[in-house]
Design a protein around this ligand. Structure first.
Ligand code: AMP
Length: 176
Protein backbone atom coordinates (compact mmCIF):
# COMPACT_ATOMS: atom_id res chain seq x y z
CA UNK A 1 0.00 0.00 0.00
CA UNK A 2 2.85 2.44 0.82
CA UNK A 3 4.24 2.18 -2.76
CA UNK A 4 0.77 2.68 -4.22
CA UNK A 5 0.29 5.80 -2.08
CA UNK A 6 3.70 7.16 -3.14
CA UNK A 7 2.74 6.65 -6.80
CA UNK A 8 -0.56 8.46 -6.22
CA UNK A 9 1.32 11.34 -4.57
CA UNK A 10 3.67 11.57 -7.58
CA UNK A 11 0.60 12.00 -9.80
CA UNK A 12 -0.38 15.29 -8.09
CA UNK A 13 0.42 18.22 -10.39
CA UNK A 14 2.02 21.36 -8.95
CA UNK A 15 0.81 24.64 -10.50
CA UNK A 16 3.03 27.60 -9.51
CA UNK A 17 1.35 30.98 -8.86
CA UNK A 18 -2.28 29.71 -8.98
CA UNK A 19 -4.73 31.25 -8.18
CA UNK A 20 -2.41 34.10 -7.15
CA UNK A 21 1.35 34.69 -7.22
CA UNK A 22 3.33 32.80 -4.57
CA UNK A 23 0.90 29.87 -4.15
CA UNK A 24 2.11 26.41 -5.16
CA UNK A 25 -1.25 24.89 -6.04
CA UNK A 26 -1.52 21.12 -5.65
CA UNK A 27 -3.81 19.93 -8.44
CA UNK A 28 -5.33 16.58 -7.44
CA UNK A 29 -7.28 16.19 -10.69
CA UNK A 30 -4.23 14.48 -12.20
CA UNK A 31 -4.38 11.91 -9.38
CA UNK A 32 -8.14 11.46 -9.65
CA UNK A 33 -8.27 10.95 -13.42
CA UNK A 34 -6.22 7.77 -12.96
CA UNK A 35 -8.47 4.80 -12.05
CA UNK A 36 -5.50 3.20 -10.24
CA UNK A 37 -4.71 6.24 -8.08
CA UNK A 38 -8.38 6.97 -7.41
CA UNK A 39 -8.73 3.43 -6.06
CA UNK A 40 -5.49 3.67 -4.06
CA UNK A 41 -6.59 6.80 -2.20
CA UNK A 42 -10.14 5.46 -1.68
CA UNK A 43 -8.74 2.18 -0.30
CA UNK A 44 -6.27 4.00 1.97
CA UNK A 45 -9.03 6.17 3.42
CA UNK A 46 -11.31 3.16 3.95
CA UNK A 47 -8.55 1.24 5.76
CA UNK A 48 -7.88 4.26 8.02
CA UNK A 49 -11.52 4.72 9.08
CA UNK A 50 -13.29 1.35 8.73
CA UNK A 51 -13.15 0.62 12.47
CA UNK A 52 -13.78 4.10 13.87
CA UNK A 53 -17.58 3.94 14.01
CA UNK A 54 -17.99 6.95 11.70
CA UNK A 55 -21.70 7.75 11.12
CA UNK A 56 -21.28 10.96 9.04
CA UNK A 57 -18.55 12.17 6.72
CA UNK A 58 -18.63 15.96 6.39
CA UNK A 59 -17.05 17.11 3.10
CA UNK A 60 -15.90 20.69 2.51
CA UNK A 61 -16.92 22.36 -0.80
CA UNK A 62 -15.91 21.57 -3.31
CA UNK A 63 -12.86 19.37 -3.46
CA UNK A 64 -13.76 17.70 -0.16
CA UNK A 65 -16.91 16.29 -1.77
CA UNK A 66 -15.08 13.85 -4.02
CA UNK A 67 -13.25 11.49 -1.66
CA UNK A 68 -15.59 12.48 1.18
CA UNK A 69 -18.60 11.00 -0.63
CA UNK A 70 -16.66 7.95 -1.83
CA UNK A 71 -15.52 7.28 1.74
CA UNK A 72 -18.98 7.81 3.25
CA UNK A 73 -20.49 5.25 0.87
CA UNK A 74 -17.75 2.71 1.60
CA UNK A 75 -18.08 3.18 5.36
CA UNK A 76 -21.87 2.90 5.25
CA UNK A 77 -21.99 6.42 6.73
CA UNK A 78 -24.01 9.48 5.67
CA UNK A 79 -22.50 12.41 3.76
CA UNK A 80 -22.97 16.05 4.83
CA UNK A 81 -21.76 18.99 2.70
CA UNK A 82 -20.20 22.16 4.10
CA UNK A 83 -20.85 24.78 1.42
CA UNK A 84 -20.12 28.35 0.40
CA UNK A 85 -22.70 30.98 1.45
CA UNK A 86 -26.19 30.91 -0.04
CA UNK A 87 -25.98 27.38 -1.49
CA UNK A 88 -27.71 25.33 1.22
CA UNK A 89 -31.52 25.68 1.07
CA UNK A 90 -32.53 25.08 4.70
CA UNK A 91 -31.52 26.76 7.97
CA UNK A 92 -27.72 27.03 8.28
CA UNK A 93 -24.97 27.97 10.70
CA UNK A 94 -22.11 30.03 9.19
CA UNK A 95 -18.48 30.78 9.97
CA UNK A 96 -16.11 33.34 8.39
CA UNK A 97 -12.34 32.68 8.49
CA UNK A 98 -8.94 33.59 6.93
CA UNK A 99 -7.25 31.26 4.45
CA UNK A 100 -3.97 30.98 2.55
CA UNK A 101 -5.37 33.39 -0.01
CA UNK A 102 -8.20 35.73 1.10
CA UNK A 103 -11.11 35.18 3.52
CA UNK A 104 -14.09 32.91 3.16
CA UNK A 105 -17.39 31.90 4.75
CA UNK A 106 -18.72 28.35 5.03
CA UNK A 107 -22.13 27.00 6.02
CA UNK A 108 -23.68 23.74 7.21
CA UNK A 109 -27.33 22.77 7.64
CA UNK A 110 -28.34 23.22 11.27
CA UNK A 111 -29.96 19.75 11.35
CA UNK A 112 -27.12 17.90 9.59
CA UNK A 113 -25.44 16.43 12.71
CA UNK A 114 -26.96 14.96 15.89
CA UNK A 115 -25.59 14.16 19.37
CA UNK A 116 -25.26 10.48 18.36
CA UNK A 117 -22.99 11.11 15.39
CA UNK A 118 -19.33 10.18 15.13
CA UNK A 119 -18.12 12.65 12.50
CA UNK A 120 -15.18 12.60 10.14
CA UNK A 121 -14.55 16.00 8.55
CA UNK A 122 -12.76 15.59 5.22
CA UNK A 123 -11.10 18.00 2.79
CA UNK A 124 -8.67 17.44 -0.06
CA UNK A 125 -5.82 19.52 1.33
CA UNK A 126 -4.56 21.03 4.60
CA UNK A 127 -2.78 24.36 3.95
CA UNK A 128 -2.88 27.01 6.70
CA UNK A 129 -5.69 25.20 8.53
CA UNK A 130 -8.13 28.11 8.50
CA UNK A 131 -10.81 26.24 6.54
CA UNK A 132 -10.71 23.11 8.64
CA UNK A 133 -10.71 25.05 11.92
CA UNK A 134 -13.88 26.87 10.80
CA UNK A 135 -15.43 23.54 9.75
CA UNK A 136 -14.49 21.98 13.09
CA UNK A 137 -16.16 24.85 14.96
CA UNK A 138 -19.33 24.43 12.90
CA UNK A 139 -19.46 20.68 13.54
CA UNK A 140 -18.58 20.95 17.23
CA UNK A 141 -21.36 23.48 17.77
CA UNK A 142 -23.77 20.62 16.98
CA UNK A 143 -22.21 18.53 19.80
CA UNK A 144 -21.57 15.18 18.09
CA UNK A 145 -20.26 12.21 20.11
CA UNK A 146 -16.79 12.47 18.49
CA UNK A 147 -15.05 14.37 15.67
CA UNK A 148 -12.03 13.34 13.59
CA UNK A 149 -10.35 15.15 10.69
CA UNK A 150 -8.78 13.84 7.49
CA UNK A 151 -7.19 15.20 4.31
CA UNK A 152 -5.92 13.54 1.19
CA UNK A 153 -2.76 15.63 1.54
CA UNK A 154 -1.09 18.14 3.85
CA UNK A 155 1.41 20.93 3.14
CA UNK A 156 3.80 20.39 6.08
CA UNK A 157 5.60 23.73 5.68
CA UNK A 158 2.40 25.67 6.43
CA UNK A 159 1.93 23.96 9.86
CA UNK A 160 -1.85 23.83 9.55
CA UNK A 161 -1.95 21.03 12.15
CA UNK A 162 -0.89 23.59 14.80
CA UNK A 163 -4.16 25.50 14.25
CA UNK A 164 -6.20 22.52 15.44
CA UNK A 165 -6.79 21.36 19.03
CA UNK A 166 -4.23 18.70 20.06
CA UNK A 167 -6.91 16.24 21.21
CA UNK A 168 -8.49 15.99 17.75
CA UNK A 169 -7.21 13.07 15.63
CA UNK A 170 -5.94 14.46 12.31
CA UNK A 171 -4.65 12.28 9.45
CA UNK A 172 -3.45 12.73 5.87
CA UNK A 173 -2.92 10.06 3.20
CA UNK A 174 0.33 11.78 2.16
CA UNK A 175 2.20 15.06 2.71
CA UNK A 176 4.29 17.49 0.71
P1 AMP B 1 -6.42 26.38 4.29
O1 AMP B 1 -7.65 26.96 4.92
O2 AMP B 1 -5.33 27.38 4.11
O3 AMP B 1 -5.95 25.12 5.02
O4 AMP B 1 -6.82 25.98 2.80
C1 AMP B 1 -7.41 24.78 2.54
C2 AMP B 1 -8.39 24.86 1.41
O5 AMP B 1 -7.94 25.67 0.32
C3 AMP B 1 -8.61 23.49 0.84
O6 AMP B 1 -9.99 23.36 0.61
C4 AMP B 1 -7.82 23.45 -0.44
O7 AMP B 1 -8.60 22.89 -1.45
C5 AMP B 1 -7.50 24.90 -0.78
N1 AMP B 1 -6.05 25.17 -0.91
C6 AMP B 1 -5.32 26.02 -0.16
N2 AMP B 1 -4.04 26.05 -0.53
C7 AMP B 1 -3.93 25.19 -1.55
C8 AMP B 1 -2.82 24.75 -2.35
N3 AMP B 1 -1.59 25.23 -2.18
N4 AMP B 1 -3.06 23.81 -3.29
C9 AMP B 1 -4.31 23.31 -3.46
N5 AMP B 1 -5.39 23.68 -2.74
C10 AMP B 1 -5.21 24.61 -1.80
Amino acid sequence: MRNRIEEAKQAVRNIPDFPIEGIQFKDLTTLMKSPQHLTTVSDALYEMYKEKGITKVVGIESRGFIFGAILAARLGAGFVPIRKPGKLPAEVISKTYDKEYGTDTIEIHRDAITNDDVVLIHDDLLATGGTILAALELVQSMKPRDVMINFVCGLSDLHGRDMLPKEIEVTTVFDF
